[in-house]
Design a binder for this molecule. Sequence first.
Ligand code: APR
Ligand code: PHB
Length: 394
Amino acid sequence: MRTQVGIVGAGPAGLVLAHLLHRQGIDSVVLERQSREHVERRVRAGVLEHGTVDLLTEVGLADRLLRERMVHHGLELLFEGEAYRIPLRELSGQDITIYGQHELVKDLIAARIATGEPLLFAVDDVVLAGLDGVTPTISFTEDGARRELHCDIVAGCDGFHGISRDHVPDGAATYYEREYPFAWLGILAQARPSSEELIYAYHDRGFALHSMRSPEITRLYLQVRPDEPLAEWPDERIWSELRSRLARRAGGWTLSDGPILEKGITAMRSFVMDPMRYGRLFLAGDAAHIVPPTGAKGLNLAVADVLVLAGALDAWFRSGNSALLDAYSQTCLRRVWRVQHFSWWMTSMLHRAADADPFTHQLQLSQLRYVTSSRAAATSLAENYVGLPLPGRG
Ligand code: APR
Ligand code: PHB
């Protein structure tokens, strides 16, 4: 097999890249380890920045998203039993969109199939070779047969646990990492949202987040220990813990509950690889960087990366000019570190330190009081949360 760009991974990064390349007349093949059903059912985050929605709309990927999404003009910070609204639209001029990542992935897969361009599911043992040459290859097993894909460029969009990054020789990149001493227990519930907007709660018992997917489905998260066994969290314990952490001192607010459809525990880490490239291998999305979910940035950052990569590949395939490709990593990392800082800042402000250090606690309260009383501080949160302009777009 031969193509121009071999894409490993059919998550948001790989599928949006494939679509942008297709619009530019650049051939690609997308290789995905999991089945289509698995990828389309995998519950992940659900907040889209306005820039992500604008881009998806521009390239014809947002029809269902625009019909079914929820648009939020603000969010709430809750601490010491009091809720404070951050008016995102008023402060930043922009909104956020609530639309499940797996719903977006369904739309991206449908769009890819509609182009007739290759998208191979359930491929195994993907191995990259010749990355420091001019004709890299991707070998893989499909239906028991070993196959080889010859390409000009390999895009590693296979997430944090993918194989692309493993092909970068030691010493060829610097890795920045931070593990957080807590995790998120997340649930999807058949329950109507208890508030119009997201609620981020700082509580003595730990962080909690009230989010949603639709007028019938809520998405809720609890801070737990990194090694917390899910078996110790029967449904009723989850609901009672959420009720405690989301309670208002004044009362008058109740958390509506319902059957829990899905639950899981997600580790919290920050990770950055620099450069996000090795020879003809370009990494994008979670394959190159991870942010803790507190800032709702993972998916949006993946889309920002592939927007830069698609533009750089367009210039290179058209004119052989590699300037944008050579600047790919640096261009992306400017945004990556801004988003890393915002996600670390939100995480540090809103999670109860494992050692419950009283000094840290007072600092967190001071930060929360400041961001909910100072228009300048609230505006900074708002503009980062709704999303700073995408690279090359304002
Ligand atoms: N071979 C082929 N495909 C692979 C391999 C492999 N060896 N390893 C992983 N994959 C696939 C995964 O099954 C997944 O479908 O790569 C895809 C990577 O997708 P994501 O993990 O969604 O990563 P990305 O596209 O970068 O999107 C980042 O996803 O996880 C969320 O919170 C994260 O929102 C962020 C977004
Ligand atoms: C979600 O809806 O899943 C969600 C929302 C906000 C976050 C993280 C996840 O910060």
